[in-house]
Write a protein of this length. Sequence first.
Length: 116
Amino acid sequence: QVQLVESGGGLVQPGGSLRLSCAVPQRFFSSNTIDWYRQAPGKQRELVAAITSGGSTNYADSVKGRFTISRGNAKNTVFLQMNSLKPEDTAVYYCHMNVPFIGIYWGQGTQVTVSS
């Protein structure tokens, strides 16, 4: 059973910061792209950020310049550093991994709420 385990969500005021973590099984960590998606109430799930096995990154336009995705190689963890948070960033954030010929995996989700 492949599990992606997220942590780090919570309640933060507008303009604040949070760091999300996604623990990835070691055998998949170095060789696969890892993504963060989010889903707000009543909206479709959307891609927020992605990092390839080589370290290249991609961001949704709505978070460019505010969010940073990175790999913590020592702990097989992918981080999403979120700064200058806005109320519209409120959503459940999911870690995602597509392993070719094996499967597509999602974490359980972590709630991020941006509110004063």
